[in-house]
Design a protein around this ligand. Structure first.
Ligand code: ADP
Ligand code: ASP
Ligand code: MG
Length: 629
């Protein structure tokens, strides 16, 4: 006997018959002795239709009125489901987000949840009722009691947030697929169901385009330790469990906004190898990383920014112990990359023998546009120049000079209120704070991203668990940004001030002299809907930045692979790049984190790209081993 929050998506409540079937399922759960809170989406494609209506009336509908309009969709389904339950003899009551007390920020169409007053809801539960709650909506914590929505797909977030606030025993997300699959079955019909996935992996997949869960829902589940399951609305099969680590106690206050960063990590023992001016054509990354994999070298970050003319720069970092071997591989391959007619100049190898990587980590960065900017500002204020940037959904990493490490750690710990004990150069991991924070410091040789230490985890899980495709992104590139502290901070703070969420950020390796000033390109992706405004916002500050052109490409696709098993396992990137090369797909940008590799390709190559990587990692075969919790 327990309290369960069940959430049913649009397709699952898409008709009267389906609503009746949902009522039946809910009633069965009550008969099994559970208290049930149900969260529902709008019926079928209702939300899309309402958006269509708004667009017919206005070319730029106000965000407030959009919330007023879209929130009606869920109100229809809660009333109908409640009636269907009552018809089946089950006492039930419907409640809007406002009636429940789902308090949000005022930011219309993208509000984050601040708190939930569960008193009223709990009273109805105690009276033996099923409470049917409208997903996707809340009420702003202001005097005006504004109706807000959480962003498309946000009913998952309503459900998990309610489960966290109610300390429910489980949150079950019922949908039109059997659970979380290795990729979208609409793209790859042979995609396989996973019985379990870690919250970290799912956070990446959800943010990289796997629509089956709203990324913010996964974030809340991870932060509050909600037992989360994704299941089919049509069967009794168990579906997929999303495994969260045991969380530190956390207040419900500021539910989605408190503490976006929970750790600062430093790896002060890296080296960077860059190949400059390699041809911009399929197969180059595959050759380079294929050779690196043959040498059993484990690369950490891989970054390829936008091309310039016919050439690209590809940079990667390795543990300093592997530096010489990585350099020889790059030196050996560079002359062979000259043969294409488009690349008459020889590719050049550049090695930075000592470099450090500093990262901020935390699931709360999603939908929180200012966090990366805060990191860049804190580093700039401490006089730390950023050499490379690479981001994932839960991490922002910057390559910096080793002599800047101490100042960088101090600046970031202060900025994000993370405590750490005095750093000892010989310590491996310094984990000190009794609260929810940790500071991991990798300083000395013995802290090589221990290939051995990782062998165990690699043995247990397949290197890649899932693949995702995001077709809704656009790429912006700012050419020739002066290479000095504060530039990235200025750019990303300006975008954050305009509520533009930036996804992947890549700062290029190539440093060019423009009018005697060293410059680098910075590229990043945003949702297509934000591309135009991002461009005009940047255009407005271009004179202050003293940068070059600002380019936009909306015809891109991002294809990604995710898996905790890729940590410490050389060759995974090479395999992905090779699969794309064999499908004759050119890679425009590359960015990696420990557990994901993303490539930007042209939009027309997107579907073929995800199919190629799904096939090369044999994701269509039932996965032999499951990831351990
Ligand atoms: P709901 O209306 O129930 O919230 P959504 O349409 O938002 O459903 O999400 C379910 C859809 O997500 C599936 O129909 C599927 O096409 C898509 N999807 C994308 N990636 C995945 C994945 N890795 N596993 C399962 N489904 C996925
Ligand atoms: N109805 C909303 C949408 O379509 C919320 C949801 O379904 O999760 O985006
Ligand atoms: Mg959904």
């Amino acid at each position: 006997m327990g309290l369960i929050v069940q959430k049913y998506g649009g397709t699952s409540v898409g008709s009267v018959e389906r609503i009746q079937a949902v009522a039946q399922r809910v009633r069965c759960a009550v008969e099994d002795g559970h208290s049930i809170v149900v969260v529902v989406s709008a019926m079928g494609k209702t939300t899309d239709q309402l958006v269509g209506l708004a667009n017919q009336v206005s070319s730029q509908p106000s965000r407030r009125e959009m919330d007023m309009l879209l929130s009606t969709g869920e109100q229809v389904s809660i009333a109908l489901l409640s009636m269907a339950l009552q018809e089946q003899g089950q006492p039930a009551i419907s409640m809007t987000g406002a009636q429940v007390g789902i308090l949000t920020e005022t930011a219309h169409t993208r509000a984050r949840i601040l708190n939930i007053n569960t008193e009223r809801l709990q009273r109805h539960l105690r009276d033996g009722k099923v409470v049917v709650v409208a997903g996707f909506q809340g009420i702003a914590r202001t005097h005006d009691l504004e109706i807000t929505t959480l962003g498309r797909g946000g009913s998952d977030t309503s459900a998990v947030a309610l489960a966290a606030a109610l300390k429910a025993d489980a949150c079950e997300i019922y949908t039109d697929v059997p659970g979380i699959l290795t990729t979208d079955p609409r793209l790859v019909p042979e995609a396989q169901l996973m019985s379990e996935i870690t919250a970290d992996e799912m956070l990446e997949l959800a943010s990289l385009g796997a629509k089956v869960l709203h990324p913010r829902a996964v974030e809340i589940a991870r932060n509050y330790g909600v037992m989360l399951v994704v299941r089919s609305s049509w069967t009794d099969d168990p579906g997929t469990k999303v495994l969260s680590p045991v969380p530190q106690p956390r207040s419900l206050d500021g539910l989605e906004i408190a503490q976006p960063v929970d750790a600062v990590e430093l790896d002060a023992y890296q080296a960077k190898v860059a190949l400059l001016r390699v041809p911009d054509c399929p197969g180059i990354a595959a050759r380079l990383f294929g050779e690196i994999a043959t040498q059993q070298l484990d690369v950490d970050l891989i970054i390829q920014s936008i091309h310039e003319g016919n050439t690209n720069d590809i940079a990667f970092t390795v543990n300093r112990n592997s530096r010489d071997r990585a350099e020889s591989v790059a030196e050996a391959i560079a002359p062979t990359l000259r043969q294409t007619p488009s690349n008459l100049e020889e590719a050049e190898v550049l090695v930075k023998r000592q470099t450090a990587k500093i990262s901020i980590v935390g699931a709360g960065m999603i939908g929180h546009p200012g966090v990366a900017a805060q990191m860049f500002s804190a580093l700039a204020d401490a006089g730390v120049n950023i050499q490379m940037i690479s981001t994932s959904e839960v991490k922002v990493s910057c390559a910096i000079a080793t002599e800047d490490c101490d100042r960088a750690v101090e600046a970031l710990c202060t900025q994000f209120q993370i405590c750490s004990s005095p750093l000892s150069p010989s310590s491996n991991i310094t984990s000190t704070n009794p609260a929810t924070v940790r500071s991991q410091i990798t300083h000395a040789e013995q802290d090589a991203p221990s290939e051995l230490a990782h062998m165990n985890s690699a043995d247990l899980s397949p290197p890649v668990r899932g693949a995702a495709l995001d077709l809704k992104q656009a790429r912006l590139a700012i050419r020739h940004v002066p290479d000095r502290p504060g530039m990235a901070a200025h750019i990303f703070q300006t975008l954050a001030d305009h509520h533009i969420s930036v996804d992947t950020i890549i700062q290029s390796q190539r440093c060019r002299l423009v009018n005697g000033i060293a410059t680098r390109d910075i590229a990043f992706t945003v949702t297509q809907a934000d591309a135009e405004s991002a461009q005009s916002v940047l255009q407005a500050i271009a004179p202050e930045l003293q940068c070059g052109e600002i380019l936009v490409d909306t015809a891109i696709a991002k294809v990604s692979i995710v898996g905790t098993g890729m940590v410490g396992r050389p060759g995974v990137a090479a395999q992905m790049f090779k699969a794309l090369a064999q499908a004759d797909i050119n890679i425009q940008m590359i960015t990696t984190s420990e557990i994901k590799i993303s490539c930007v390709v042209s939009e027309t190559d997107g579907a073929a790209a995800v199919q190629a990587v799904h096939a090369v990692f044999e994701l269509a075969s039932p996965q032999k081993m499951q990831v351990l919790a």
